[in-house]
Design a protein around this ligand. Structure first.
Ligand code: GTR
Length: 419
């Protein structure tokens, strides 16, 4: 009886230790970063050290994946839903003849419901053999990438009452998508609007692909928006691998900010993505949570209760008790290629935390004899470092720029042995 009482008391103490707390103001001072201890990605749950690829692949990798699914992003259901693809438009002379564009309506069906997402692809007309493909979401609809009137509004925007809002206008995101530059370098681009998969608002799940699956068995680990967006990246890949112009061994998943968080989670789960790129993904993406610098678990779970699984909110104001950190997520990309990019003024995303996380994940790349980031010191501004793991911090703020794209293409050229 006594022992039972003791165990109960211990359990209560442990639980109270991981209850959300309201933290102090957001910290931007490096001197005030708390002393923290990172959980070891190369030690199994039972304490066994991981010293070989075999151990990593057969044991530890699965543990890490499960931990992140149960405690952070939610469990992706194993079941499949039906995906029908219907080509709505094709233009063999897009971008002034540089590319062919295709617009394909994807209809997902399950549990007697369906969700539609409009995929937009551009692939180069001048090509020798199959081409590498960037797969990435856009924020504001396919029409926001270009001034080309041929490009249709994504289903989410079709449903909006006020499409004339200046924020939602055609072409308004084109600086983030330098299509001609990408196509000229021989890469294809495949995109769709993330809102089609899971509308980005607290009650978005009702219109999202999560409704196409049986409800999650465990509410704490219920997948929400980030899980659904990661799932959607894989559906874009399903379509891409069936295209005669696409090189299925050269798929790149790329995402900015919240979409960067989802890109990392997609890359962790789906090994078809040979290169995984996080652009300014910050908290819940590449950045280490335990540094509590800029956005923290508290802010992110409060502003975006629909992104992570409910279990993650327990770590708000309580990062010290996290049994993992974001280097676990990055390590799951090994032995494929990983690239993390930060921006100098994007302090909310904690550039240093993004770098350190890639640095700590590099140990798993070393298991494969691959070189990751060798130094805990960040490289200077606008000087990318690239081995199997790439990193840069560019001047400017939270954004995707031509500079970022050029770095990604240089990295991919190298990864794929292109000239
Ligand atoms: C911010 C959020 C970040 C990041 C960003 C974005 O408001 O706090 O975590 O995801 O949005 O997606 O642009």
């Amino acid at each position: 009886m006594k022992t039972r009482g003791f165990i109960l008391m211990f359990a209560v103490l442990c639980l109270s230790n991981v209850r959300a707390q309201t933290p102090g103001p957001v910290n931007y001072d490096e001197q005030k970063v708390p002393q923290y201890r990172l959980p070891d990605v190369l030690t199994c749950a039972d304490g066994t050290p991981v010293t070989s690829r075999r151990q990593w692949e057969h044991r530890r990798r699965g543990e890490v994946l499960q931990l992140l699914a149960e405690q952070e992003y939610g469990i992706t259901p194993r079941g499949r839903v039906r995906m029908d693809c219907r080509v709505l438009r094709e233009n063999p002379q897009a971008l002034g003849g540089l590319a062919t564009s295709q617009q394909v309506m994807l209809t997902f069906t399950g549990q007697g419901r369906s969700v539609q997402a409009l995929l937009l692809a551009y692939y180069p007309n001048r090509r020798e053999g199959r081409v590498p493909v960037f797969i990435g979401y856009n924020f504001k609809g396919n029409h926001s990438l270009t001034d080309d009137e041929e490009i249709l509004y994504s289903p989410y925007f079709e449903r909006l009452p006020n499409r004339e809002d200046p924020e939602l206008r055609r072409n308004n995101q084109s600086s983030r998508w330098p299509l001609a530059m990408i196509l000229r370098r021989g890469y294809a681009v495949v995109t769709m609007c993330y809102q089609d998969i899971f509308p980005d608002r607290p009650d978005g799940d009702k219109e999202s692909v999560t409704q196409l699956f049986p409800p999650s068995a465990d509410n704490d680990s219920r997948w929400q928006a980030l899980g659904a967006w990661a799932w959607g990246y894989s559906r874009m890949a399903d379509w891409v691998v069936r295209q005669p112009w696409a090189n299925r061994r050269q798929l790149i998943v790329m995402g900015h900010s919240r979409q960067g968080k989802a890109a990392l989670w997609a890359g962790a789960q789906d090994k078809r993505f040979q290169v995984v790129i996080s652009n300014n993904s910050g908290c819940g993406g590449a950045a280490l949570s335990k540094r509590e610098f800029g956005e923290r678990v508290y802010e992110i779970t409060k502003s975006f209760p629909h992104w992570f699984c409910p279990a993650f909110t327990r770590y708000a104001g309580n990062e010290g008790s996290l049994p993992f950190d974001q280097h676990f997520l990055l390590a799951l990309v090994a032995p494929r290629h990983l690239y993390v990019a930060s921006a100098e003024k994007d302090r909310w995303a904690d550039p240093k935390g993004e770098y350190l996380s890639a640095y700590h994940a590099s140990r798993v790349f070393s298991l494969y004899g691959l070189q990751g980031l060798a130094s805990p010191a960040m490289p200077p501004l606008n000087q990318p470092v690239a081995t199997q793991v790439g990193y840069h911090i560019r001047s400017g703020g939270h954004d995707v720029t031509g500079y970022d794209w050029n770095c990604y293409m240089d990295f991919c050229d190298n990864a794929f042995g292109r000239e």
